[in-house]
Design a protein around this ligand. Sequence first.
Ligand SMILES: N[C@@H](CCC(=O)N[C@@H](CS)C(=O)NCC(=O)O)C(=O)O
Length: 222
Amino acid sequence: MTYDLYWISGSPNAWRVMLALEFKGLAYESHRLDSGKREHKTPEFIALNPRGKVPVLKDGKFVIYESIAILAYLESKHPEPALFGTTPEETGHIWQRIFEVMNYGRDSINNGVVRPLIRREAKQNGESIKAAAIDAHEAMNWVDGVLAESPYLAGDRLSAADISYIPIVQHLTRAGGGDDAVRLELGFDNFGERYPNIVDWVDRIAALPGYDKAYPPHWRNK
Ligand SMILES: N[C@@H](CCC(=O)N[C@@H](CS)C(=O)NCC(=O)O)C(=O)O
């Protein structure tokens, strides 16, 4: 069985679905859309997702969007290897972690720090980026503390919580290490010293088979 995945390079939401497909060893047809050409706003794509956003997964005639819903769908169809646990307690804990990392700090990371840095808005929006960076550090401190206690966000095994969050962390370290971020003294350029447990966790996941295939192609060699 082959799925169809519609994605944009670097989209954290699409990236987590690709990681799930890779880690579960599932075959999929890749449909990379060019956001510069607004391929995610064509009538054909809007017919798949009226919100005009990636990722979208097609399974024959069944179409699903919203990245974490896609993870749950894939888990339901392919329970092994489990990304949502194998006991009610594990499943509950993994969902708890997903909601924690999505609800606390992510908005500041994505919309307050990463997006304006990518858009080169550091000059005009420096103060708001700095304010958001304080929240982002708070989130990173909390995550680093969780990872000091266990190798993965919800315990000893890789779960949907890890694959949901790693693209967000990768975006933060990438944008936070750039010149504009350094000039604003956001404090993300020495990420490894401040958050050693997060860096070890990224390395652990990056060493897993399939990680490289899901890595954003336009980030390679840069
Ligand atoms: N909540 C959605 C968010 C989807 C989303 O915002 N996708 C972004 C890429 S990360 C997108 O397609 N943006 C293009 C646009 O909104 O025009 C999910 O988890 O899938």
